[in-house]
Ligand binder design. Structure first.
Ligand code: ARG
Length: 443
């Protein structure tokens, strides 16, 4: 979808619906966005609800019914699973994305995907507004809003949790419950977990509530996706992941004959194996873009396997210096994704630089998954920089060991110089010390 196209389409549709005030709401089916839906209607909006199916465990039909009953003009549930994997997760795998060394960006990757879906819908229905239920302290508001402004120029954002008219009306959950009762909004039967959950097929995240104290250990039973590594099977699982130009193209699971090549299936299999064997749990404190530190608990089984395999294959296929630059770019790209900058020029530039070095990252990696760990057992690549003859202790290859003498001697020049000035430094210090009659000024 080009921006020119988006603008033209929207302009004409909006003219038709100028008085109608149509808003597309990122709807989750939960209490908050249900109340927001009704509140928006009370503000004079016609609400079109958008719910993305990103593989989270959710009754989509039920959510659709609920939003319709609450007076949504239209409810759209869109299956974005393949889009998420192919357009967001695969680029993350090939770039080895990781934020602050530990977070694999499960939520941050899903947001620009949802934004695409919402914008497509906003264009179709001629909406002038997009609404979301993210709070004013987090990253998600930034990801939603920057994405919408980039893909749908001129769109107006309605963010009730940043609107005093809304948040003063609902200072706590009690007020939401009361509002729900008076407006026939179904209230969840199971008590809400004392933390916030965000789930999609890449990960489940838990934060806020009782987890805000970073010294509180993850409560018993918090994890919904992965087996506790201590209770994981005693028999390991073996699998082989194959990549072409940095992108996963097949997975072969030991004792299952046919390799799987469908993108969504590859990801599902990695998730299922990782989850069963307790892979991918982390508990971290991270830096939000807005400048606040927050504590998050994540489980990311499949992506953890894919990342381990891809990184390993790169060791065979990437030149040493290219690898260093790539690691730097990968860090930048992870930060851009985390900060909601998927649709930015710097992201596009970083991504294309990384893609360039991935052209040679083709081959397979054998993994063993066992009790929360991923072990690389071996790797191979049809075209690899690894030269067994060159490295072998048993074969001389195209290499003269005498050259190593000079190589080391030249490298030692700098090290000798370093030691020499240290000696001079301490001599001059001793001289200065004697001049002050032995009165030491420092030790
Ligand atoms: N801290 C993570 C991030 O910013 C996860 C956010 C999850 N959002 C949530 N509403 N629980 O990407």
């Amino acid at each position: 979808m080009t921006l020119g196209y988006v603008m033209k389409e929207r302009a004409s549709k909006q003219r038709m619906t100028e008085e109608a005030k149509i808003v597309v709401l990122a709807y989750s089916g939960g209490l908050d966005t249900s109340c927001i839906l009704v509140w928006l209607r009370q503000q004079g909006f016609q609400v079109v609800a958008y719910l993305a199916n990103l593989g989270q465990d959710e009754d989509f039909e039920d959510a659709k019914l609920k939003a319709t009953k609450l007076g949504a003009k239209e409810v759209v549930v869109e299956d974005q699973q393949l889009e998420l994997v192919q357009d967001f997760v695969w680029p993350a795998v090939s770039a080895d994305l990781i934020y602050e060394d530990r977070y694999q960006l499960g939520t941050a990757l899903a947001r620009p995907c949802i934004v695409r879906g919402i914008v497509r819908l906003a264009v179709r229905v001629g909406a002038g507004y997009i609404a979301h239920g993210a709070t004013g302290k987090g990253n998600d508001q930034i990801r939603f809003e920057l994405g919408c402004h980039a893909l749908c120029p001129g769109i107006k954002i309605v963010a009730p949790w940043k609107d005093p008219a809304f948040y003063e009306r609902f200072p706590g959950r009690q007020e939401l419950f009361e509002y729900a009762h008076t407006h026939d909004i179904p209230v969840p039967v199971t008590p809400k977990a004392p933390w916030s959950i965000d789930a999609n097929m890449v990960h489940i995240s838990y934060e806020s509530g009782i987890l805000e104290n970073p010294s509180t250990h993850p409560p018993e039973g918090i994890f919904q996706l992965t087996t506790d590594p201590e209770e994981a099977p005693d028999t390991p699982q073996y699998l082989t992941l194959t990549f072409k130009a940095g992108i996963p193209t097949s997975v072969s699971v030991k004792d299952q004959d046919t390799p799987v090549t469908d993108a969504l299936e590859i990801f599902r299999i990695c998730n299922q194996i990782g989850a069963q064997h307790g892979v991918g749990r982390i508990d971290i404190v991270e830096n939000r873009f807005i400048g606040i530190k927050s504590r998050g608990i994540y489980e990311t089984p499949g992506l953890t396997l894919l990342r381990a395999a891809h990184l390993d294959l790169e060791a065979l296929c990437l030149d040493r210096e290219v690898r260093k630059i790539k690691a730097y770019l990968s860090n930048l790209m992870a930060e851009q994704v985390y900060n909601g900058l998927w649709y930015s020029p710097e992201f596009e530039y970083t991504r294309s630089c990384i893609e360039n070095c991935q052209l040679t990252v083709t081959g397979s990696v054998d993994l063993k998954v066992y009790k929360g760990n991923v072990y690389v057992l071996g790797r191979e690549a049809p075209v690899s920089l690894y030269n067994q003859e060159l490295v072998s202790m048993d074969v001389q290859g195209d290499y003269d060991p005498i050259d190593a003498r000079g190589f080391i001697r030249i490298n030692a020049v700098r090290l000798r110089e370093h030691q020499r000035i240290k000696t001079i430094g301490s001599t001059s210090y001793r001289i200065k010390d004697q001049k002050t009659n032995g009165q030491k000024t420092s030790s």
